[in-house]
Design a protein around this ligand. Structure first.
Ligand SMILES: [Zn+2]
Ligand SMILES: [Zn+2]
Length: 346
C-alpha cells in the first residue's frame, strides 16, 4: 500500500510503498477514508536527531477515520464495513487513568512503549491503518469522514481544554483563543456552543482572523506587541477568565499570561516550547496554568455528538495521498485556512 512517511531527520515526508498490514489477535484493520494534517507533525519533523523519540521511518497521521476492513482473531463489537473514527492517544486500557477513559494520561504507556498512531506507531496517512484495539474506535453514525477526521485531535484537544474551564465561562466572562488555525478555529466554535463567554481570537494574519470571525469570534486582535493591551482594553482592564494558547511559543505564552484575569485559567495547548513562570506577583492572583494533552475517549464521543448536532464544522481542504507532502508544505508556510485532510482512497 501507499503511505506517507517521515524517513530522514529534517527532510520532507515522502510517499512510499510499504507492505499491507494484517491485523493480529485483538487488532482491527481500517481502510482509511480520511487523515488530518496537524501542525504538531511539523514540530516533530523539526526535532533534532539526538533524542528523537520515534523510530524512523514513521508513517504520519494521528487523525484518522476509516471503514473496518478486517478483524483480527477474537475481535468483537465492530463489523466489516463499519465507518469509525480513531481515538488516537492509546493507553494500556487497564491503569487507573485508562479505566476512566483518560488514555491520553495513561500511567503505563511510556513503560510499555505504547504510542499513538502517527506518533510512534504507523499512522493514518496510508491506505490502511492497524488499530490496536476496538475500544479505540468510535462510530461515525452518519458524520462525513472529511468533516469528522479533524475532530479526533483538532476538535478533541480544545474540547478537553475548554471543558476544564467551563465553570468560569459564565455570562459576562471572556475567553481568549490564541492561534486560530486547525485547533483554534474549532475552539472558537466549541466555546460558542458550550458557553456564553465572549470570545476574543488572536492570530498573526488578517486572513486567519477573518476565518475566526466567520466561525463565531466576537472580537479579533492581531497578535503583535500590542495584543495584550488590546485584550485588556476589550475586557475593561480585567482580563479573560480563560485563555487557550494553541501556539504555545514564547511570545504567545507571554500574551496568554498577560491577558488572564484574577482566578483565570491559562491552558497552554500548542507545543511551541514556550513556558509561563508561575509565582507570587508574576501573574494575577490565583491564575491556574496547565498544559493539557489531547482528550479522553468519552470526550471524543461528546465532540462527535456535538458535530452531529451541527454546532461544529471544520473548514477543510482536501489532498490525495500523493499530494500529502504539499499539504505539509502549505501548512508550514501558514497557507492552510482550517484543516488540511488527506484522502488516501482518492
Ligand atoms: Zn495533532
Ligand atoms: Zn493506562
Amino acid at each position: 500500500m501507499k503511505a506517507l512517511q517521515y524517513r530522514t531527520i529534517g527532510a520532507p515526508p515522502e510517499v512510499v510503498t510499504v507492505p499491507d498490514p494484517e491485523p493480529g489477535p485483538g487488532q482491527v484493520l481500517l481502510k482509511v477514508t480520511a487523515a488530518g494534517v496537524c501542525h504538531s507533525d511539523i514540530a516533530v519533523m523539526s526535532w533534532p536527531a539526538e533524542g528523537f523519540p520515534y523510530e524512523l521511518p514513521l508513517t504520519l497521521g494521528h487523525e484518522g477515520v476509516g471503514t473496518v476492513a478486517a478483524l483480527g482473531a477474537g475481535v468483537t463489537g465492530v463489523s466489516e464495513g463499519d465507518a469509525v473514527a480513531v481515538y488516537g492517544p492509546w493507553g494500556c486500557g487497564t491503569c487507573a487513568k485508562c479505566a476512566e477513559g483518560k488514555e491520553n494520561y495513561c500511567l503505563r504507556a511510556d513503560e510499555l512503549g505504547i504510542r499513538p498512531p502517527g506518533l510512534g506507531r504507523p499512522g493514518s496517512m496510508a491506505e490502511y491503518l492497524l488499530v490496536d484495539d476496538p475500544r479505540h474506535l468510535v462510530p461515525l453514525d452518519g458524520l462525513d469522514p472529511v468533516a469528522a477526521v479533524p475532530l479526533t485531535d483538532a476538535g478533541l484537544t480544545p474540547y478537553h481544554a475548554i471543558k476544564r474551564s467551563l465553570p468560569k465561562l459564565v455570562p459576562g466572562s471572556t475567553a481568549v483563543v490564541i492561534g486560530t488555525g486547525g485547533l483554534g478555529h474549532v475552539a472558537i466554535q466549541l466555546l460558542r456552543a458550550l458557553s456564553s463567554a465572549r470570545v476574543v481570537a488572536l492570530d498573526v494574519s488578517e486572513d486567519k482572523l477573518r476565518l475566526a470571525r466567520e466561525v463565531g469570534a466576537h472580537e479579533t486582535v492581531l497578535s503583535d506587541a500590542k495584543a495584550a493591551d488590546a485584550v485588556r482594553e476589550l475586557t475593561g482592564g480585567l482580563g479573560a477568565e480563560a485563555v487557550f494558547d494553541f501556539v504555545g511559543a514564547a511570545p504567545t505564552v507571554r500574551i496568554a499570561g498577560a491577558v488572564a484575569a484574577v482566578e483565570g485559567d491559562v491552558s497552554l495547548v500548542g507545543i511551541g516550547g514556550g513556558a509561563l513562570p508561575v509565582g507570587f506577583g508574576l501573574l494575577p492572583f490565583e491564575v491556574s496554568v496547565s498544559a493539557p494533552y489531547w482528550g479522553s475517549r468519552s470526550e471524543l464521543t461528546e465532540v462527535l455528538a456535538l458535530a452531529r448536532s451541527g454546532a461544529v464544522s471544520v473548514h477543510t481542504e482536501t489532498y490525495s495521498l500523493d499530494d500529502a507532502p504539499l499539504a505539509y508544505e502549505r501548512l508550514h508556510e501558514g497557507k492552510v485556512n482550517g484543516r488540511a485532510v488527506i484522502l488516501p482512497g482518492a
